[in-house]
Ligand binder design. Structure first.
Ligand code: GLU
Length: 421
């Protein structure tokens, strides 16, 4: 059984707004602030002309939504995908505001996207799309305004092109204009692994609550992009047993544990985990319902819904992706006692190390990997503890607790700044 029609129609924006409303009710947030925080600050739509390799001109739609600037410059990734919509970007931008507030870093939230299929684009086309998109939104971005980063299908190379385009326009190199860059171009040590490492940190904390340890804890990872592959590798190296991995093309399971290093080699070659000889093949949809202790969705939105939530076997859900669980599934998981580490906490490792990257670029002084990882751990453990405590005190689940904590922090800034008229 799949997602219900109503769930399919419910966009990330609607899910985020529903969660915002639930948390705002609990906080008894006044109507004015509620209206203000519910809607984005600014939405930019651009139509990008690009010369394709075949000699013709194509037009690509691009978006950048800045949801909040209350606590600092807005921050968030840029995704390249065929199904990107303004509504999705709007929802994800709001999620970034709450995410940055949950880990208490001095940023607001933003998100961007270009409607394109990177699998069908040459490197040159990808570069031209990236540069023209950056040029189109240039007046609204920058280290003090809005700082882009990688997201779905965008990587260090794309961030390098964005940084270069920005720098060419302002006539000097501004490494702090973008994060997630290559190490030798103002990138931070540990940024590539940061989201996956953050997932492991919060998973460790969740296990502690159940009096359990990493050793032999069975994990299933859905998605093998940057987040999923790094989480699987780090957790495998730390003693977790990765019993299943899937991507859009296929999945593989092994109850004795997958050799994640061999799987990484395979997926580097084959561009998918499908066909890996070290386990049994499985349908990528079914993987979410397999026996495991920890489920780590690290692919895309709304994959856990009313149609499959009751069959999730894991007792801990660590949301590596943004918005992988629908509000309907939330209720089912809560009733079944599944311990959910919500996305805005679980995957906040990426933006936290982006913050470190921005700080290092502005100082021109770079930290060791140990420093980065130590500071990341400190921030995520503190946020985890804050949320669990907040949830207990206010008798709400972890997700609503995370939203409440975040909204309260943003509301504090807005109240004290006041409204400029
Ligand atoms: N795209 C990532 C996210 O959704 C990282 C954003 C950033 O580093 O600014 O959290």
């Amino acid at each position: 059984m799949g997602a219900t029609d109503a769930e399919k129609e419910q966009s990330v924006y609607e899910s985020t707004a529903a969660r915002f409303d639930a948390a705002a009710d609990k906080l008894k947030l006044d109507d004015g602030l509620r209206k203000y925080m519910r809607c984005p600050n600014r939405e930019i739509i651009v139509h990008i002309p690009v010369e394709m390799d075949r000699g013709e001109l194509d037009i690509f739609d691009g978006y950048r939504v800045q949801h909040s600037l209350a606590r600092g410059p807005s921050k968030g990734g840029i995704r390249f995908a065929p199904n990107v919509t303004l509504d999705e970007i709007r929802g994800l931008a709001a999620e970034m505001t709450w995410k940055c507030a949950v880990v208490n870093i001095p940023f607001g939230g933003a998100k961007g996207g270009v409607v394109c299929d990177p699998e069908k684009l040459s490197r040159g086309e990808l570069e031209r799309i990236t540069r023209r998109y950056t040029a189109e939104i240039l007046d609204y971005i920058g280290p003090e305004r809005d700082v882009p980063a990688p997201d779905m299908n965008t990587d260090e190379q794309i961030m390098a092109w964005m940084m270069d385009t920005y720098s060419m326009h302002v006539r000097h190199t501004v490494t702090a204009s973008v994060t997630g860059k290559p190490l030798d171009l103002g990138g931070s040590r540990g940024r590539r692994e940061a989201t996956g490492r953050g997932c492991m940190i919060v998973c460790d904390q969740a296990l502690k609550r159940f009096g359990r340890t990493r050793d032999g804890t069975r994990v299933i990872v859905q998605g093998f992009g940057n987040v999923g592959s790094q989480a699987a590798r780090l957790m495998h190296e730390a003693g977790y047993k990765i019993v299943g991995v899937a991507d859009v093309h296929g999945g593989v399971v092994n109850s004795r544990g997958l050799d994640v290093h061999a799987l990484l080699d395979h997926s580097r070659e084959a561009k998918t985990v499908k066909g890996f000889a070290g386990g049994e093949p499985i349908d990528p949809e079914e993987i979410l319902e397999q026996e495991c202790d920890v489920l780590l969705p690290a692919a895309t939105e709304n994959v856990i819904h009313g149609g499959n939530a009751a069959r999730v076997k894991a007792s801990i859900l660590v949301e590596g992706a943004n918005s992988p669980t629908t509000p309907h599934a939330d209720e089912i998981l809560f009733d079944r006692g599944v311990f959910v580490v919500p996305d805005i906490l679980a995957n906040a490792g990426g933006v936290t190390v982006s913050y470190f990257e921005w700080v290092q670029d502005r100082q021109g002084y770079f930290w060791s990997e140990n420093d980065v990882n130590r500071r990341l751990r400190r921030i995520q453990v503190a946020a985890f503890d804050d949320i669990v405590r907040y949830g207990k005190n206010h008798k709400v689940n972890n997700r609503i607790a995370a939203y409440m904590l975040a909204i309260d922090r943003v509301a504090f800034s807005l109240r004290h700044r006041g409204i400029y008229a």
